[in-house]
Design a binder for this molecule. Structure first.
Ligand code: 8YV
Length: 314
């Protein structure tokens, strides 16, 4: 039988994917190497494919230590942790699970919006604490009919906008391209979008263009009744400014699925009552994660069989 192809796995993958890859390839787990640099020096030239996660990517020095690398299959859509320019220069194909997770990420954005505006988490705690018999629950704020501003109207941003439209929300957005959706209002910059928005949703890539663009001034523009929702990347937000805005009630609240330095997030978040925090679960449903795993396996199989990926980055 032909020798199995050798694949490098950067960080742990979900068991279903790990099993598929171990069945079909000779897998090397970089995260289990006590001295990754030494391992790469010795074995780097045998690796033709990398499997990694959107939140993990591939460090530039690891990519540089893989001279025969042909394809990077990402379990996710984020490519912010991959040097795409270097990959392009070297003719390395990068694949992502585009389309597969769009609905789930948009669903979670709405779940966070509703959780913050209706204070679902605090109301649940109030009830469980036995307070219901003692005093009436606090009032939430209405979501239907409000103005939502979406930063980034790609696949995910558009899916969020469609859901918000079903809640009779007024839709504003910032995006390089104009949408032909009637009634969706395009803004030239984030500051203008934040001024418009009751709810500001982040759905842009976490790359250098968007690094910490949500800062004190944008949060001031969002205003004391405003809510921030982040299902993009922690790096899109200046977290010191956000924590200050939440502590001082410069904005009303936030629903956050992503953080800088996750999973070791800034502990000041834990004390904020006007926030709902989730551990990067926007794509984390059984159905979607299974389909994402299959996409990674299918891209690698197609690459090795035909030299062509199924869902390469555009
Ligand atoms: C995943 C993601 O949670 O798609 C992305 O870029 O961040 C998420 O879908 C991640 O890739 C898996 O760890």
């Amino acid at each position: 039988p032909a020798m199995k192809q050798q694949i490098l796995i950067i960080q742990p993958l979900m068991p279903a994917l790990s099993e598929m890859l171990h069945r079909d390839y000779q897998c090397h787990r970089l995260y289990e190497q006590p001295d990754a640099a030494a391992w790469l020096q010795q074995h780097g030239q045998t690796i033709h494919a990398v499997a990694t996660r959107g939140d993990v990517g591939l460090a530039a020095e690891v990519m540089a230590a893989l001279p025969a690398l042909e394809v990077i299959a990402v379990f996710g859509v984020g490519t912010d942790a991959i040097d795409l320019a270097a990959a392009r220069d070297r003719g390395i194909t990068v694949t992502v699970t585009a389309d597969i997770l769009t609905d789930d990420v948009a669903d979670l954005a709405l779940a966070l919006m509703l959780s913050v505006s209706r204070q679902i988490v605090a109301q649940d705690a109030f009830l469980r604490a036995g307070e219901w018999a003692n005093r009436p629950p606090v009032l939430g704020s209405k979501l239907s009919g409000k103005r939502v501003g979406i930063l980034g109207l790609g696949r995910i941003g558009s899916a969020i906008a469609r859901r918000c439209a079903a809640f009779d929300m007024h839709i504003g957005y910032c995006n390089s391209r104009q949408s032909d959706e009637p009634g969706w209002q395009r803004f030239g910059d984030l500051h203008q979008l934040a001024l418009f928005s009751d709810v500001l949703v982040l759905a842009v890539p976490g790359d250098a263009r968007n690094y910490k663009v949500v800062d004190r001034e944008v949060l001031n523009a969002l205003g004391s009744q405003g809510v921030l929702i982040n299902v993009a990347r922690g790096a899109v937000v200046n977290e010191d400014d956000l924590i200050a805005a939440l502590e001082n009630h410069t904005i009303a609240g936030a629903g956050l699925d992503v953080f800088e330095g996750e999973p070791a997030i800034d502990p000041r978040f834990f004390a904020l009552e006007n926030t709902v925090l989730t551990p990067h679960i926007a794509s984390a449903t059984a159905e979607t994660r299974q389909a994402m795993a299959q996409n990674v396996a299918d891209n690698l199989a197609s690459w090795f069989a035909h030299g062509k990926a199924i869902t390469p980055v555009a």
